[in-house]
Design a protein around this ligand. Structure first.
Ligand SMILES: [Zn+2]
Length: 340
């Protein structure tokens, strides 16, 4: 009877033991899990940050924490891959590129931008710069940002402009047998024509770089200048028939060999060494060669045998034997016929 009582007593105490065992089991499981989780959170990662490479055994959970352990402080524009929020994984390569200054010239205005972007296109996106269809960027969007950081955005625009264009007139020469050879008369003045030309102009940063003609509208035709060109080579003066090569219109003044006319050192001889007397004229040798035989209207036949410092161009001096005759002539507009 006593033995049965003992068994009954043990059965009474069986329930708390089972509860204790279950609790112990659960605790052990939790502890083991914690150890496992802690063990699982220990990683080896590599941080490549600008000039150094750090191998890190870490229990950090995120890239950001691992960087902190590696004493890498990210600037706001530094590049980090994977990003600081990304979870760590075993063997992860974390890459950090320090931002540097880029100088973006946009339409001539330069801004400095701190960037870790690789390509010009990414840099422009970071800077909030968008390109129009015609705009250009140097280097191009796909290129890496150059070492000196200089990137140029060229704003390209087009505009049509209209310009007036003067059209020169042509010159029409007509032979005129009533006019002496060597002489030319304007029969009709020429007038310039006018055209309106439309150009499509390309501007880069507001500066014209090229233009293409789009259209050209004639406003006014030019009208030619008409010149009469003398062909006459023979004239009659009194009883003289004068055949000549060419005629020249000249201002003729008169002189004599005296010291009043030819200066205090006048010796009475001409430039060519012949005596200065009636029948000698002084010329500009570039217009009438020295030695030419001429006929001067109102004066008669003569030889171009003298020069003078004041005799330039279409000017001649006709020589008289006396000062009085020279004074009487004075100054006249004449035709000089060059005979040979
Ligand atoms: Zn004189």
């Amino acid at each position: 009877m006593q033995r049965w009582a003992q068994v009954a007593k043990m059965r009474i105490h069986e329930k708390p033991w089972r509860l204790f065992l279950i609790a112990l089991f659960c605790f052990s499981f939790l502890a083991a899990s914690c150890v496992l989780i802690a063990g699982k959170g220990s990683y080896t990662v590599t941080v490549t940050a600008w000039d150094r490479v750090v191998r890190l055994d870490t229990s950090a959970r995120t890239v950001g924490d691992a960087l902190e352990e590696a004493n890498v402080v990210l600037g706001p524009n530094d590049y980090c891959s994977p990003g600081p929020e990304a979870p760590l994984t075993q063997g992860l390569d974390i890459k950090v590129i320090r931002a540097s200054l880029a100088f973006v010239s946009d339409g001539g205005k330069v801004s400095a931008i701190e960037t870790a972007k690789n390509t010009v296109g990414d840099l422009l996106s970071q800077a909030g710069i968008s390109l129009g269809a015609d705009d250009a960027v140097i280097p191009s969007r796909e290129q890496p940002v150059p070492d000196d950081g200089r990137v140029r955005v060229v704003r390209v625009t087009y505009a049509d402009i209209v310009e007036e264009e003067e059209i020169p007139y042509t010159i029409e020469r007509r032979n005129d047998s009533s006019l002496e050879a060597g002489l030319v008369r304007v029969l009709r003045n020429g007038t310039e024509g006018l055209a309106k030309v439309t150009f499509n102009v390309r501007y880069e940063d507001g500066v014209e770089v090229s233009r293409q003609q789009v259209s050209r509208d004639l406003v006014k035709d030019p009208s030619p200048q008409v010149l009469l060109v003398g062909t006459l080579q023979e004239v009659t003066r009194g009883s003289d028939n004068i055949r000549f090569e060419r005629a020249i219109e000249a201002v003729a003044t008169a002189y004599c060999p005296c010291t009043k006319c030819c200066g205090p050192y006048a010796n009475g001889y001409t430039h060519t060494g012949i005596l200065a007397e009636r029948g000698v004229i002084a010329v500009d040798p570039r217009v009438i060669p020295l030695g030419s035989r001429v006929y001067v209207d109102g004066y008669g036949f003569a030889v171009a045998a003298d020069t003078g410092s004041a005799i330039k161009g279409n000017r001649v001096d006709v020589c008289f034997s006396t000062h009085e005759e020279a004074l009487r002539w004075g100054r006249k507009q004449v035709k000089v016929y060059v005979i040979e």
